[in-house]
Design a protein around this ligand. Structure first.
Ligand SMILES: *[C@@H]1O[C@H](CO)[C@@H](O)[C@H](O)[C@H]1NC(C)=O
Ligand SMILES: *[C@@H]1O[C@H](CO)[C@@H](O)[C@H](O)[C@H]1NC(C)=O
Ligand SMILES: *[C@@H]1O[C@H](CO)[C@@H](O)[C@H](O)[C@H]1NC(C)=O
Ligand SMILES: *[C@@H]1O[C@H](CO)[C@@H](O)[C@H](O)[C@H]1NC(C)=O
Ligand SMILES: *[C@@H]1O[C@H](CO)[C@@H](O)[C@H](O)[C@H]1NC(C)=O
Length: 464
């Protein structure tokens, strides 16, 4: 799957380049006063790590159409009876700390470089209101509304009638975390969903707050301990590949100030932020595609340690969430079999870690080697690449199907990742019998004990 996306990405990059360069130049001519707006195509190779906006990697046109509601399994026709969606929140504003670092970076560079190509730096104004800290942006709202529309359309037969005309969810549920950005994501998803189901754009939904399920990574001591060592990232940053990027940018600018690793990482972040929130690629013009590839790798080293496979604990500790998803599906099967009312759609909005840790728990996107300072080239086709696996609004949709008849044997499961069906590791197929998947993950689901998973194992005393 990854290879395919990677090829598509190259094609997209070209059209994205043409699509962005025009508005950017028009923008420059029309002066500094640009409205807050966004583009859905991105810029260059779109390798912006976890700051990649959803549509830059996954354009609307590439989402499966007419494939969600009905499938065929071993010659039987199966209809969707339940969907469980788990999503990262939509594109957002940065933290206040980053907003202030943007200003500090500009102050450092202002009038201290010679290359007139970059004169925009002297006039750049930080337009990020601190009160918007980490809230979702207009593009994030659009991402979420799109997902609501997508699932409302593709699963219309399942979801029609699940929200009453006054906007009360009857047989769908919404959940988020204590963070506003996840609750806002639920609202904009609801807006897209009700546009399709009711012909009204409603944002009145009140998601239940489920930090115990969606923020399972809080307070896990062993996780904190095991993922604390980021020395490979530090080694990469002081090594020749990253340092060449620092030197190249410094030379390109013709600057009298010496850029630090932190400055270069901040340019990368500012570039992605300006692009997503203000449709401005000026800062991105300081970086080549090759620079962004290095910067993304740097970020991926850390993410692969803290969010993917470097430590088994990352996947293991997501088991309360995995268990919750299977419990919902078990209940849907019981409800459907008995002809009683049950939750047809469960829509949950969390964070990057919520989604990546769960994916690791299910054994998805496993790489053949770890990311280190010494294997940047060898890992070019790695799976652990945040712009593909972890952009804003990244989501999994578990769709449960009834293939006629009752009992667990009559149910099938498909897993959709960012608009496409993917193979479920424990059955190695894109369409599986539910009971096979449930059995495959039995230990993960039924053996889930977060306290013992997170307990710090103390090394036995050495007795002389
Ligand atoms: C860079 O530094 C040199 C020597 O201090 C100085 O002559 C020159 O004006 C400086 N250039 C800029 C753009 O600040
Ligand atoms: C959706 O449900 C409403 C009533 O809840 C019904 O009037 C309408 O015909 C349904 N639409 C479709 C396409 O089934
Ligand atoms: C809901 O909002 C979308 C996006 O702004 C718009 O295209 C659509 O027509 C609206 N739907 C209704 C029912 O107003
Ligand atoms: C100024 O920047 C442009 C764009 O990166 C580059 O092509 C050019 O070589 C730079 N000029 C100098 C003198 O480095
Ligand atoms: C950069 O330029 C500012 C004035 O714009 C000046 O105050 C500052 O000292 C310069 N920094 C360096 C390191 O040259």
């Amino acid at each position: 799957m990854h290879q395919l996306i990677f090829k598509q990405r190259k094609l997209m990059a070209l059209s994205a380049f043409i699509a962005t360069i025009i508005p950017v130049f028009i923008g420059l001519k029309s002066g500094a006063c640009r409205p807050n707006t966004y583009i859905t195509t991105g810029f260059g190779n779109n390798q912006f790590g976890t700051k990649t906006a959803y549509f830059w990697t996954y354009p609307e046109s590439e989402h499966v159409k007419n494939k969600l509601m009905k499938i065929t399994m071993d010659g039987r026709t199966c209809n969707a009876v339940h969907v469980n969606l788990v999503s990262r929140h939509g594109a957002r504003y940065t933290s206040v700390r980053d907003m202030r670092s943007f200003t500090a970076l500009q102050q450092k560079l202002k009038h201290n470089f010679t290359n007139q190509t970059y004169d925009f730096i002297n006039n750049w104004v930080n337009r990020y209101p601190e009160e918007k800290e980490t809230l979702i942006s207009a593009l994030g709202e659009r991402e979420m509304a799109y997902l609501g529309t997508h699932f409302g359309t593709e699963l219309h037969d399942l979801l029609n009638g699940t929200v009453s005309t006054d906007g009360t969810p009857t047989s769908v549920q919404f959940a988020a975390t204590r963070k506003t950005r996840t609750q806002e994501s639920a609202k904009y998803f609801f807006r897209g969903l009700t546009d399709v189901l009711l012909g009204q754009n409603l944002t009145s939904v009140k998601p239940s707050i489920r930090d115990n399920i969606l923020r399972f990574f809080d307070n896990c001591k062993r996780y904190e301990q095991e993922t604390a060592d980021l020395s490979e990232q530090a080694k990469f940053e002081s090594g020749p590949i990253f340092q060449k990027v620092v030197t190249d940018i410094t030379e390109r600018l013709g600057t009298n100030v010496s850029l630090t690793v932190g400055d270069v990482k901040m340019i990368y972040r500012l570039c992605a932020t300006e692009l997503a929130i203000r449709n401005n690629a000026d800062w991105c013009s300081l970086l080549t595609d090759a620079d962004r590839d290095v910067l993304e790798y740097d970020n991926d080293i850390k993410d692969c340690i803290t969010r993917w496979y470097e430590h088994k604990i990352t996947g293991q500790m997501s088991c309360p969430f995995g268990k919750d998803i299977f419990t919902s599906m078990d209940k849907a099967i019981a409800g459907n079999d008995q002809g009683s009312s049950y939750t047809k759609g469960m829509f949950q909005f969390g964070h990057s870690d919520t989604i990546t840790d769960l994916a690791a728990g299910f054994g998805l996107f496993n790489d053949w080697d770890s990311l280190r300072a010494d294997n940047y080239y060898a890992m070019q086709n790695r799976k652990c690449r945040a712009s593909i696996l972890d952009p804003f609004s990244t989501h999994f949709a578990f769709v449960l199907y009834n293939c006629g008849g009752a009992g667990i044997d009559s149910y099938a499961l498909k897993l959709f990742f960012n608009g496409k069906s993917i193979s479920i590791p424990k059955c190695n197929s894109e369409a599986c019998w539910y009971k096979d998947v449930r059995l495959g993950y039995k230990q993960f689901i039924d053996g889930c004990d977060l306290d013992s998973i997170c307990a710090v194992q103390h090394t036995p005393d050495i007795i002389g």
